[in-house]
Design a binder for this molecule. Structure first.
Ligand code: HEC
Length: 280
């Protein structure tokens, strides 16, 4: 009798501790669990190499990809991005005037939570804000000049470690939690979450494609996809995935996608920026 009671108490305590853990999981704890999941699943891959996506997992695909990197398909667009970044606005000011360190080597600090506006500030939104503050029109958030400028800015951060500030309370924490929830929620006619493919089934095949790890997803954007024959931002890429599971794609830089980017990028804290990169 006594033994049974002790046993039940122990179970009750276990459940209590477990639920306390889930309820009180801080972003720091989430990140540790997230990174540990992938490093234990693939002990032979270094943390930095997760930023290479499927090419960290599939040697054949990696060989082909590396062969291409002598003449990267994005070279011209990247040069154009640099040119655009350095071209003054009509008022004589330039992008550099809007950013810390003149906009060089800063990508690793984005996105950030802006407590004044109460929402997540991505680098892409900051680029457009810089434009409107200087009397210029906004650019499309998925393709074209903005993606090129963003790609150039990423390139100046090559090797710098992602260093997104974790929210500790208030609206910042809410935005983070909303992004996390989006990542783990099932959606679309196929009823898959991001986590189902890029965490649970990482390394397995979906149709003919190897599923890349979610750890490292934001390190190399904007990405030049051969399929697009252009640079596309992270939000454009996420839309492709949402279409794939026949879910409603959202507007690039919508609140939800910004929150998702906040969560996803924080999960990759400590990984080096290695973009822009090319993908299939
Ligand atoms: C049905 C499975 C599936 C789901 C669900 C899915 N994706 Fe994907 N995703 C893919 C495939 C396949 C690719 C291309 C191969 C690869 O890189 O994984 C891809 C590629 C990506 C890439 C580019 C990877 C790189 O290295 O550049 C990102 C980023 C991404 N997905 C994010 C997401 C996010 C965020 C969600 C949730 C909104 C999501 N995906 C949902 C299958 C999926």
């Amino acid at each position: 009798m006594m033994v049974m009671k002790k046993f039940l108490n122990a179970i009750a305590l276990g459940i209590l501790l477990l639920s306390a853990c889930i309820v009180n999981a801080t972003p720091q704890q989430d990140k540790e669990d997230f990174q540990t999941f992938f490093t234990e699943r693939f002990p032979e891959i270094s943390l930095a190499d997760f930023g290479d996506g499927v090419y960290a997992l599939d040697q054949d695909a990696r060989d082909q990809w590396e062969a291409m990197s002598d003449f990267p398909p994005y070279e011209e667009d990247l040069e154009r991005g640099e040119e655009l970044f350095n071209t003054p606005f009509a008022n004589g000011k330039n992008y550099a005037s809007c950013f810390e360190n003149d906009g060089i080597n800063i990508r690793q600090h984005y996105p950030k939570f802006n407590s004044k506006s109460g929402n997540v500030l991505t680098l892409e939104v900051a680029i457009n804000k810089c434009r409107t503050a200087n009397g210029e029109s906004t650019l499309d958030y998925k393709v074209g000049d903005l993606a090129k400028i963003s790609a150039y800015m990423s390139s100046t951060s090559e090797g710098s470690l992602i260093n997104v500030v974790a929210p500790s309370k208030g609206n910042g924490l809410k935005a983070y939690e909303a992004g996390k929830q989006y990542f783990y929620s099932k959606r679309g006619q196929l009823n898959f979450s991001c986590a189902n493919c890029h965490l649970q089934n990482v390394g397995r095949k979906a149709r003919s494609e190897t599923l890349s790890p979610a750890l490292g997803h934001p390190t190399h954007f904007p990405v030049y996809r051969l399929k697009w024959a252009s640079f596309g931002t992270l939000h454009r890429r996420i839309n492709s995935c949402n279409k794939q599971v026949r879910a409603q794609p959202l507007v690039a830089q919508s609140e939800t996608y910004k929150n998702l980017e906040y969560f996803l990028t924080y999960m990759s804290n400590g990984l080096p920026i290695n973009g822009p990169a090319s993908r299939k």
